[in-house]
Design a protein around this ligand. Structure first.
Ligand code: NAP
Length: 289
């Protein structure tokens, strides 16, 4: 039977570490890191995500600098809010909650976030820094995936890693982070032929396709680390991209859904926000702009 990777516990421990470091930071510098979440409209799922981020930031001792704009806000209105937050010294990190309503384009708005406050790691500048292996903020979900893989103690150096999905948010940056750790990385996507032949070579398999139940036993090498990023809401509750009951018979380590990658994303956001606050105290980090 595989080890079930307890993302909820690992995330809780990481948040506790961040909270202790925030307390030290406040004692030393006299101010608390501030997280500005920006929510546009009333999408119920986004409201839940933002509420959780604000609550856990508060529990870690950070300042909640949330902004809410209603669904009638224009792109210029959102841009104005982000520009003000970008200039505000109390704001360590800015997170624009996606998706944005209607046809509002997120890319140009995200790029208004200065690199040193890009705690979600999604600006073009951060993506470029990741692609070049330069210092910068890494996206939260891929960072959480890496922390879960590391929790297994499995050596990534020289391992065969397969990532299913190539999005800018998850699959793409996860593949890059695995490559930076010297794994031999293959990215599969919706045009990949014979997915099982590709994924069953993986010592480490990360699945971020957004297709519930896509991955079964035939896709998994015996003893592999299987990280399931997918989340789908079904009448039976939340499910991932991996058929958990089937794959647990083959895998060496596996993340559950819920309670796997999900909680790690917020923990990484808090870690990035603390790092952003430290950057303000050490402006010699020129890249933070
Ligand atoms: P996305 O932008 O829709 O990207 C999905 C990727 O999967 C695409 O690259 C797509 O290929 C590929 N794909 C789709 N169907 C496939 C198939 N049958 N075989 C192989 N590849 C396939 O989604 P995303 O934003 O990356 O998110 C992926 C999943 O992770 C979603 O379920 C999302 O809800 C979840 N998620 C979870 C967290 C968390 O905190 N746990 C955070 C973010 C996202 P093409 O490029 O060819 O279209």
């Amino acid at each position: 039977m595989p080890v079930i990777i307890d993302g909820a516990r690992i995330a809780r421990e990481l948040r506790a570490r961040v909270a202790a470091e925030v307390a030290e930071f406040v004692a030393e510098h006299g101010w608390a890191p501030g997280l500005a979440t920006v929510l546009v409209g009333e999408d119920p799922a986004s409201e839940v995500y933002v509420r959780n981020k604000r609550r856990l930031a508060g529990e870690a001792g950070m300042k909640d600098l949330h902004r809410h704009l209603d669904a009638s806000a224009s792109t210029d209105d959102v841009a104005d809010v982000i520009r003000v937050l970008a200039e505000d010294d109390a704001v360590s990190g800015i997170l624009l909650q996606l998706p944005l309503p209607g046809s509002m384009s997120s890319a140009s708005l995200i790029d208004l976030i200065p690199p040193g406050k890009d705690v979600d790691g999604l600006t073009t500048a951060s993506a470029g820094r990741l692609a070049r292996g330069a210092e910068g903020f890494r996206p939260c979900t891929p960072s959480g995936v890496m922390a879960l893989i590391d929790s297994t103690g499995v050596e990534l150096n020289g391992a065969v890693a397969v990532v299913v999905g190539r999005s800018e948010l998850v699959g793409g940056p996860t593949a890059r982070l695995l490559l930076d750790r010297n794994a031999t990385v293959t990215i599969a996507h919706s045009h990949t032929r014979d997915l099982a032949a590709v994924t069953s070579r993986a010592d480490v398999l990360v699945v971020a396709a957004g297709r519930a139940g896509l991955i079964g036993g035939e896709h998994v090498k015996p003893g592999a680390v299987v990280i399931d990023v997918g989340i789908a809401r079904t009448p039976d509750g939340l499910v991932g991209d991996v058929r958990f009951e089937e794959v647990r018979r083959t895998a060496g380590w596996i993340t559950p859904v819920p309670g796997g990658v999900g909680p790690m994303t917020i923990a990484m956001l808090l870690q990035n926000t603390l790092r952003a606050a430290r950057l303000r105290e050490h402006p010699d980090a020129g890249w933070a702009g």
